[in-house]
Design a protein around this ligand. Structure first.
Ligand SMILES: Cc1cc2nc3c(=O)[nH]c(=O)nc-3n(C[C@H](O)[C@H](O)[C@H](O)COP(=O)(O)OP(=O)(O)OC[C@H]3O[C@@H](n4cnc5c(N)ncnc54)[C@H](O)[C@@H]3O)c2cc1C
Length: 259
């Protein structure tokens, strides 16, 4: 079994011309295309957003690939104004070589510690054993998946228009949202804000998700004492931290296999 960190990649839809594109479309309403200048886009788009003229933001789509657990993906697909393509537990057979002949799970360690975490690890291991047991007994993956829990890793490619991204961030980054949802959505919102501040600065929550740093166990995340703390304070790209965590998980797995 493999324990992975959640992650995301912006696949499509962010380039230097997003604001210009929205400005050009939006100015149709006022027939003010003649007022387009080299730096007019940000101000115009902010005006649209401040006035709640969100339909203009629907002209542009952004696509993100998430690696998360199936609990989180199930919450994502409740958002109806979007398109999804998801790894299928009907068609994927995790006993195959391309999946490493093992089932992958998304780590809950940052939120659950000690005995509860050990229980979770055991439950994942047991579910993997039963899943392979069912395949050995000639059940197809689409039935063997019944033995797998919500923590199973999935990949889901999600496309929303900008207006819908704003809506989803508003719902899925607050303290009312599931912490594992916030774990992916808050850093994604940080990235969106860095790339398109005019469109995303005024919505959602980007506070640290972890109460205690999962790496160095500090409670305040400052001064930054490890790479996780560094990420939480926005100084280091999340992707670096995730790559490091996944590398560690691989090393642990290999060590366990060889012992
Ligand atoms: C913190 C949290 C807790 C939740 N808990 C639960 C739970 O316990 N159980 C549960 O079942 N769900 C739960 N949900 C899911 C929630 O009920 C919604 O299904 C989900 O958030 C999708 O949002 P939405 O329906 O507002 O809009 P989306 O599907 O994202 O669509 C965006 C907006 O488009 C409009 N729209 C879309 N489709 C229609 C339509 N057919 N008719 C009219 N207008 C439409 C609406 O204005 C809508 O708000 C929870 C969500 C959150 C954020």
């Amino acid at each position: 079994m493999r324990i992975l960190k959640p992650r995301w990649t912006i696949e499509h839809g962010i380039d230097d011309h997003v604001l210009e594109k929205i400005e050009k479309i939006g100015r149709t309403c006022y027939k003010s295309e003649d007022r387009i200048t080299q730096d007019s886009a940000a101000k115009f788009v902010k005006m649209l957003s401040d006035r709640g003229h969100f339909s203009v933001l629907e002209h542009h789509n952004i696509t993100v690939r998430f690696q998360c657990d199936r609990g989180v993906s199930h919450e994502l697909v409740r958002h109806r104004i979007g398109s999804y393509s998801q790894e299928s537990t009907r068609y994927c057979d995790y006993s195959k070589k391309k999946f490493g002949k093992e089932v992958s799970f998304i780590d809950i360690r940052p939120f659950v510690h000690d005995v509860a975490y050990e229980e979770w690890l055991e439950a994942c291991g047991e579910s993997e054993k039963r899943y392979f047991g069912m395949l050995d007994a000639r059940a197809s993956p689409q039935f063997a998946r019944g033995a797998l829990p919500n923590s199973v890793k999935t990949e889901i490619v999600t496309t929303y228009n900008i207006s819908q991204w704003r809506y989803v961030f508003t719902k899925r980054t607050t303290d009312a949202a599931h912490p594992q949802m916030c774990e992916v959505m808050r850093p994604l919102l940080v990235a969106f804000r860095r790339l398109m501040p005019v469109l995303f600065d005024d919505i959602g929550v980007v506070d640290p998700v972890y109460k205690v740093c999962p790496e160095c166990q500090c409670k305040h995340f400052t001064p930054a004492t490890c790479r996780t703390c560094d990420w939480v304070w926005g100084k280091q790209p999340l992707s670096d931290w995730i790559a490091l965590e996944n590398e560690r998980s691989d090393q642990k797995r290999l060590a366990m296999k060889s012992s």
